[in-house]
Design a protein around this ligand. Structure first.
Ligand code: KG4
Ligand code: ZN
Length: 360
């Protein structure tokens, strides 16, 4: 373990956020964000109703250098003050990942700084170490546009995946439902807002996998059921949209809490923690109805609920820089020919989820 202060520059370009940040890790393991620059590409993708990989990659190329310079400026540092450079190397969109990783490699080659290729999932999972000094073991629920997983964190670098999605990610299900209802992208906030004035009992939508003896998730059947309801109604009134949104959100809530409850069982059996903690991360975790249900489940099961601040819950580069610093502190860095990995499961030993599609 490093007995010196480590200052790391990190890049995030795995999807539709271009980000550069600088984090300091003290020898006692505490972390501080010195700079956190981020540019969301949402407006560039909105017209297409989802992320267009080629547009994402080109936009990263246009903006990353400027954000890196701004981060160094914010922290009043130069490359000479850094101890390492980290970049998300996967999982994510290949063309997008390459931009951040190659930029970090270029800096490492030019300056001699160690390079750390970071797993994006690990960066989400380790964020509470930066934001509140949380130490393993803890349980994580990661629900974003690209991921839906429950993970037990045993130590930095040691993860146990309990559940993953067999098809769509939860954020993706919100986005597709929004699209079906004619609501704007990204769909999650729009669905939540419409659901607030809807009747969640009007449509009896499926609760996928509820009661099954595993921790996995599945959302594509629910999305198909929503499509069926919308097509049966034909032209949708504002009240129809609100009622479908509310019924969808209720189905998601029931499924998520059932699946998460199973993961809690597994986590408690594996770690027997005196003070169990559940960390929620990812854009979907900002949904207030879901958050409330998760809070109630935690209270019932004796877990403390921890959520990093919203801007560190969604994609950002501070989590990447922090993960780089955590690895550097343990003496691990990456070779300069480390590849990007569009798929990169965090738990190498996890059995493939049955019938898992690309998100498994
Ligand atoms: O973590 P995030 O910002 O980016 C990644 O996907 O990595 O998550 C974005 C996802 C989108 O699918 C968006 O629709 C969803 O999070 N989301 C929500 C809400 N806010 C964002 N889903 C449900 N309710 C929300 N309030
Ligand atoms: Zn993410």
């Amino acid at each position: 373990m490093a007995s010196r202060v480590l200052t790391v520059l990190g890049f995030e370009t795995s999807c539709d956020e271009t980000a550069a940040a600088i984090v300091r890790r003290d020898p006692d393991g505490r972390g501080f964000i010195l700079a956190n620059q981020l540019l969301s590409q949402i407006s560039e993708h909105r017209a297409y109703g989802g992320v267009v990989p080629e547009i994402a990659a080109r936009s990263h190329i246009r903006h990353l250098d400027g954000l890196a310079a701004a981060a160094l400026d914010d922290a009043a540092l130069t490359f000479a003050d850094l101890d390492g450079v980290a970049a998300t190397a996967g999982p994510g969109l290949a063309g997008a990942l390459i931009v951040g990783l190659m930029t970090a490699k270029g800096i490492a080659l030019a300056t001699g700084l160690p390079l750390i290729a970071v797993n994006h999932l690990e960066a989400h999972v380790l964020t509470p170490g930066l934001t509140e000094g949380l130490r393993p073991p803890y349980l994580v629920l990661l629900v974003s546009g690209g991921h839906t997983q429950t993970l037990g964190v045993a130590a930095v670098g040691e993860y146990c995946r309990y559940g993953t999605t067999l098809d769509d990610a939860l954020g993706e299900a919100f986005d597709k439902t929004a699209k079906l209802l004619g609501l704007p992208y990204p769909g999650g906030p729009a669905v939540e807002q419409r659901a607030a004035s809807g009747n969640s009992r009007r449509f009896d939508l499926p609760r996928p996998l509820v009661g099954r003896d595993n921790c996995h998730f599945s959302f594509s059947g629910l999305k198909t059921a929503v499509r069926h309801v919308a097509e049966t109604l034909g032209t949708l009134t504002d009240q129809d949209i609100a009622d479908i949104a509310a019924s969808f959100q209720a189905a998601v809530t029931d499924t998520l809490t059932d699946r998460l409850g199973r993961a809690m069982d597994r986590f408690l059996a594996d770690f027997r923690p005196a003070d169990p903690v559940l960390v929620v991360a990812g854009g979907v975790a900002s949904n207030q109805v879901l958050r409330h249900a998760i809070g109630a489940l935690c209270a019932a099961r004796g877990f403390r609920l921890s959520a990093p601040p919203p801007e560190l819950c969604t994609d950002n580069a501070a989590m990447v820089a922090w993960t780089g610093a955590e690895h550097l502190a343990r003496g691990t860095a990456s070779p300069l020919d480390v590849p990007h990995r569009a798929r990169w499961p965090l738990d190498r030993n996890a059995a493939p989820a049955p019938f898992a599609g690309v998100k498994g």
